[in-house]
Design a protein around this ligand. Sequence first.
Ligand SMILES: Cc1ncc(COP(=O)(O)O)c(C=O)c1O
Length: 398
Amino acid sequence: MSESFFLSTLKREAKDWESLGLRRHRKTLLTPAGPHLQLEGQRGSALSFLSNDYLGLAAHPDLRDGVAKAARLWGVGSGASPLVSGHMQCHADAEKTLAYFTGFEDALLFITGYMANLAVITSLLTSPEDVVFSDSLNHASLIDACRLSRARIARFSHLDTQHLAELLKATPARRRLIVTDAVFSMDGDCADLSRLVELAEEFDALVLVDDAHGFGVRGSQGKGSLSEDNICSDRVILMATLGKAAGLSGAFVAATKFLIEHFVQHARTYIFSTAPSPALVGAIPMALKLIQEGEFRRVRLKALSARFASGVASWRYPTFFYGTCIIPVLVGNEIQTMHCAQALSHRGVLVAGIRPPTVPAGTSRLRISLTAMHELKDVDTLLFAAEEVGFHRDVVDG
Ligand SMILES: Cc1ncc(COP(=O)(O)O)c(C=O)c1O
């Protein structure tokens, strides 16, 4: 039997993907999240700068206990979507606590941040006469949500609020929504949220702030990027994930009571998906307590970042520090980027090589992420390994 055209073209594309240096490989971890990982098939542990577990809570004993207690009390599965019978007291309590913590009237839980972003954008924008104004480097989940909505998409240049203002002025719309990462996931830089809210006031728009990488690590008591910038506005909708600094999994949206009710009524990824596991939801208050009391963790992150910054001055690749946990090292070429990541990995140091389509072509990079579980000597190990593999010279060896 001859192979189908479908499969043979897929196989040819897979070969091209590989030859362009774009093939991804999963690692199987034999240890919980943390800076020292044991990987399947490798001897000894590796020092990891891969994780978004910024506060080091993912394997924290109190959070493990919190999940175990919640599982005993509520079970593991919610058994149904929230509007059927999946919304338990623990979900209602966690939503109240998250709203209070972030300073909003109400909050709504989602199974992932991806789903939460789809929910907000597709339920607010439903007509080609609506316009979504989206930063050009927004996270894939925001981009996909914009595409899935019926709205026209107006992309503004990264962090360029002047460009955004021009687009807002030039674009008549029934409804306008500005969407942005608060901390950009592959760059580590931060949106000027105050200016975005000013523009929203001036041009009668709402603003969706995706604080996946700011919640827990920025702002007073880790309340996030809106707290960092002292922003409180009815025009703002916050989306934050619970799978990064909070050490759990899932996400929430916080906004006015009216908007949260709108999402309950109209957001398809909320209505047509099983409610989050009560075991994880029941541990949210513990995660928030650890975040709130975790100032020493945030202080440590600053110290690690300062140590790292002091060691990269002579690197041949531009390395950027924005006071967040995400530090990009711009290599440029895809193959060279993966070569660098592999060379470090051979020396027991794991950093992520980030290539298109995650980032634009020609801007491939190493993404180094610091967590409060790292020690200063771990940063020194990374700096030493980078020196060994030639970050200071012309040629990077394998
Ligand atoms: C900026 C940003 N938004 C949203 C998401 C999606 O969140 P989740 O992993 O909970 O789906 C991510 C995850 O990587 C992210 O970096």
